[in-house]
Ligand binder design. Structure first.
Ligand code: SF4
Length: 118
């Protein structure tokens, strides 16, 4: 089975073709560098994305910006966003602080991307 995909590793956006046999990537073509091969192998068997979002802080105009500490499975993105939007945060928060642990059962935390002291 052939799988066409576009690498998101850099602005070049190489169009690649991965060949799968029984769910195993057997070859990748079209990549401009080795990162494309790594991306294609991951994308074909366990696609993941970083999630960034904002958490409103009651009584404050500016929301807290957050992101997942690592890319999470694409199938968990909606649950992750639900958890983020339902999160209640105690100030102060420092950049890198864990805002949600093990978000959506992924084993990955959501962390603050900026200080929010008051
Ligand atoms: S394969 Fe390499 S050169 Fe091509 S888009 Fe991905 S990172 Fe960029």
């Amino acid at each position: 089975m052939k799988h066409e995909l576009t690498c998101i590793g850099c602005p070049k956006g190489c169009r690649m073709t991965a060949t799968l046999d029984d769910g195993v990537v057997t070859s990748v073509n079209g990549q401009g560098c080795a990162r494309g091969v790594t991306y294609a192998r991951q994308e074909c068997v366990d696609p993941r994305r970083m999630v960034t979002s904002l958490i409103p802080i009651p009584g404050h105009r500016r929301p807290l910006s957050v992101k997942t500490a690592e890319a999470i499975p694409k199938g968990s993105i909606a649950s992750c966003l639900d958890a983020i939007h339902n999160a209640r945060v105690q100030l102060p928060v420092r950049i890198g602080d864990v805002v949600l642990s093990n978000v959506a059962g992924t084993g990955i935390d959501v962390v603050a991307t900026a200080d929010y002291l008051q």
